[in-house]
Design a protein around this ligand. Structure first.
Ligand SMILES: NC(=O)C1=CN([C@@H]2O[C@H](COP(=O)(O)OP(=O)(O)OC[C@H]3O[C@@H](n4cnc5c(N)ncnc54)[C@H](O)[C@@H]3O)[C@@H](O)[C@H]2O)C=CC1
Ligand SMILES: O=C([O-])CC(=O)C(=O)O
Length: 313
């Protein structure tokens, strides 16, 4: 049988969705279908066509199409969900929960019917709770329902460490665990630069400042943009996750996964380090945590559960 290109659907053709579609095409990860609501069908087609017309200039082979019809997205290998509203200054991600739960649920009902074998990556906020909602609506095996938070939060953390030391971002390694809220848990003990623990290179006071800036990193961008939230780094994070799956790279990265006993939590979707490869979430790593790290993770887990309670009652 002829080898076919991968098919990747991005639901939500707004800032994050459109940026993700372009970045996916630029990496030639597959053909991209951009889906938005029927009222926005023409602008969605227009964005996709504009991107497609950039491909000869960029020297990339990828079809990019826009639609509001899930039949066009049929049998996608990966579906990325960015549909929903974004926060504005003064709002928390949790303020989006009721509106976005309805949107994510209806999107997932369509995805379930048209791409039953897809690996689904959720971005819509509050993302831990939205991954829970997606899982309920999809009914897919847990390795195929994956939320994005940790790649982005870790990227921000590593950016700030590289800036602090004036070294290459390529040499910075770290992990941010927990929910995608202001009580996320950057793991300082597991962070290094070129193998050197950051605690040997940066003062405790400056590390604490980096941790705090990471925790409110999304809010920093929301404050600067004034009318929406981050999209370049979130899109890059989604592309890294998609690439890990489609190329079976077996990356070790933090994603939002269903926890069934890991770290002592049950029936909870939250950010933990996993192997992400051709079968989605292939393994969850349970890192050894100190008492204070575990207490921070517990606090973050309580926040995630409280948001889920808003929708489940
Ligand atoms: N988890 C994370 O790390 C991040 C999450 N986000 C979240 O991603 C979401 C999208 O953010 P942006 O792209 O900046 O917002 P945006 O407003 O630019 O785009 C959202 C798009 O979703 C579409 N949409 C709404 N209902 C839909 C439906 N039922 N079906 C298909 N499309 C639908 C809208 O028409 C709009 O085009 C927000 O909830 C935001 O908070 C954003 C950045 C990072
Ligand atoms: O802050 C927001 O609302 C969007 C987001 O999740 C992020 O950029 O981390």
């Amino acid at each position: 049988m002829a080898i076919k290109r991968h098919k990747i659907t991005v639901v939500g053709a707004g800032f994050t969705g459109a940026t993700t579609a372009l970045m996916l095409a630029q990496k030639e990860l597959g053909d991209v279908v951009l889906v938005d609501i029927p009222q926005l069908e023409n602008p969605t087609k227009g964005k996709a066509l504009d991107m497609l017309e950039s491909t000869p200039v960029q020297g990339i082979d990828a079809k990019i199409t826009g639609t509001s019809n899930y039949e066009d997205a049929k049998d996608s290998d990966v579906v990325i969900i960015t549909a929903g509203i974004a926060r504005k200054p003064g709002m928390s991600r949790d303020d989006l929960v009721n509106t976005n739960a309805g949107i994510v649920r209806s999107v997932c009902e369509n995805v379930k019917l048209t791409s039953p074998n897809a690996y689904v990556i959720i971005l819509s906020n509050p993302v831990d709770a939205m991954t829970y909602v997606a899982n309920e609506a999809l009914g897919f095996p847990k390795n195929r329902v994956i939320g994005q938070s940790g790649v982005l939060d870790t990227a921000r953390y590593c950016t700030f460490i590289a800036q602090e030391l004036n070294v290459s971002v390529e040499d910075v390694r770290g992990f941010v665990l927990g929910g995608h809220g202001d009580d996320m848990v950057p793991l300082v003990r597991y962070s290094n630069v070129g193998g050197i623990p950051i605690e040997k290179l940066i003062s405790a006071e400056r590390i604490e400042a980096i941790v705090q800036r990471t925790r409110v990193g999304g809010g920093e961008i929301v404050g600067l943009l004034g009318n929406g939230s981050a999209y370049y780094a979130p899109a890059a994070s989604l592309v890294q996750m998609t690439e890990a799956i489609l190329k079976d790279k077996k990356r070790i990265i933090p994603v939002i996964a269903l926890l069934e006993g890991e770290y002592g939590y049950n029936n909870l979707f939250m950010g933990v380090p996993v192997i992400l490869g051709g079968d989605g979430i292939e393994k969850i790593f349970e890192l050894e945590l100190t008492e204070s790290e575990k207490a921070e993770l517990d606090k973050s887990a309580v926040s995630v559960r409280n948001v889920i309670k808003v929708i489940t009652g």
